[in-house]
Ligand binder design. Structure first.
Ligand SMILES: Cc1cc2nc3c(=O)[nH]c(=O)nc-3n(C[C@H](O)[C@H](O)[C@H](O)COP(=O)(O)OP(=O)(O)OC[C@H]3O[C@@H](n4cnc5c(N)ncnc54)[C@H](O)[C@@H]3O)c2cc1C
Length: 330
């Protein structure tokens, strides 16, 4: 039995592995794909929202090993490729013990710890940490006609604007992903953006949740020029095949309906114990990340100590708290 099993080899799981390794604690990271698989599946060329420059580094896993020190990194906002290279180098240079292509499918409480079922057989550990991320399960809006509609896709399915050349694309959502995809599609596809409420912008509210893509002004210009059609506070109320009905009463046909409506927290089933959840679906955790099931911890973006924990700069300090709590218990 290992001391610690970490499910998920993304930024959260890898940072915890780094702390455990530094202190000589026995652990194993189990990752369903390659290191930082979730980032490998994101859009090519995507620009991060979090800056990484000396003094304002919201992206590096630790300030001792900063992303901006890598040669050629885009500044102040790195590209997805920069971040991926950085995380991959971080894991390999620190000799983090990551078993790749090993998906954890469920876990069970056993005497003295946990047993986990994986695609590469069973493993066990005294402590189990779930660092499988908060973006593994796409959330679709509760609009009649969306489910099982072959013309509906989610932002996580979007690869590149060239796939939509000349098409009429309706984007449902007014958040960051909606803004980024609208900017990318602008000029290539006929884009309509439909939001539930008024658009909010970071430059106006200063709220990080109101960042609208890598260039807010670019989005605003596209809307002003009519390159992106904005149906502000005019949400879709019904869909049937390619047709969409808006609250304002209009009905229109599109080639694709893209839901940029975020993700919902989800994790593997745990037998033999109860993990209590909050109203928003995230697990109830202690100030050090322990769930209501003793010995089971959450780490990274799945551990919502506060809303900033959706981002690396929000959760990176908390990962250390998880580490110290586990180390104390060994
Ligand atoms: C489009 C998009 C853009 C973003 N941009 C930024 C940004 O600019 N700056 C920022 O700070 N944050 C950004 N985020 C948030 C970002 O995802 C988190 O900051 C960070 O990646 C969370 O790290 P994590 O380790 O908690 O989860 P993840 O990065 O999601 O890593 C979880 C890992 O667990 C693995 N996994 C999942 N299920 C299993 C399983 N059953 N068994 C084994 N392994 C499993 C996954 O393959 C993945 O590698 C963005 C998110 C999205 C979706």
């Amino acid at each position: 039995m290992r001391d610690v099993i970490i499910a998920g080899g993304g930024p959260g799981g890898l940072l915890l592995a780094h702390f455990l390794g530094e202190h000589g604690i026995d652990y194993q990271v189990l990752e369903r794909g390659k290191i930082a698989q979730a980032w490998r599946m994101m859009r090519e060329g995507m620009i991060l929202l979090s800056p990484a420059v000396p003094g304002t580094d919201w992206t590096s896993l630790t300030l001792k090993h900063p992303l901006w020190a890598l040669p050629g990194v885009r500044k102040p906002f790195p590209r997805r490729e920069d971040f991926l290279c950085y995380v991959d180098a971080f894991a390999r240079e620190h000799h983090l013990r990551v078993l790749e292509n090993t998906a954890v499918t469920r876990a069970a409480v056993i005497p003295g710890g946990f047993s986990v079922e994986t695609s590469a057989g069973n493993k066990s550990g005294r402590f189990l940490v779930l660092a499988t991320g908060s973006a593994s399960e796409p959330a679709y809006p509760d609009i009649p006609g969306i489910a099982s509609n072959p013309f509906v896709l989610h932002a996580c399915d979007y690869v590149h604007c060239m796939a939509y050349s000349g098409k009429r694309v309706l984007i449902i959502g007014g958040g960051n992903s909606a803004a980024e995809i609208a900017i990318e599609l602008a000029g290539t596809a006929g884009v309509t953006l439909s939001t539930r409420g008024p658009m909010r912008y970071f430059s106006e509210t200063g709220d990080l949740e109101h960042i609208r893509g890598s260039s807010e002004s670019n989005l605003k210009e596209c809307i002003r020029f009519g390159i992106v059609g904005l149906r502000e506070a005019d949400p879709v109320v019904r869909v049937s095949g390619r047709r969409a009905w808006f609250r304002g009463g209009e009905e229109r046909e599109f080639d694709w309906i893209l839901c940029a409506t975020g993700y919902r927290p989800a994790w593997i089933p745990i037998d033999g114990g109860t993990v209590r959840t909050r109203e928003d679906g995230y697990p109830v955790i202690s100030p050090t990340g322990q769930s209501t099931l003793p010995g089971l911890y959450f780490c990274g973006s799945l551990a919502r100590f506060n809303k900033r924990c959706a981002f690396i700069h929000g959760f990176r300090n908390y990962v250390e708290k998880v580490f110290w709590d586990i180390a104390d218990g060994l």
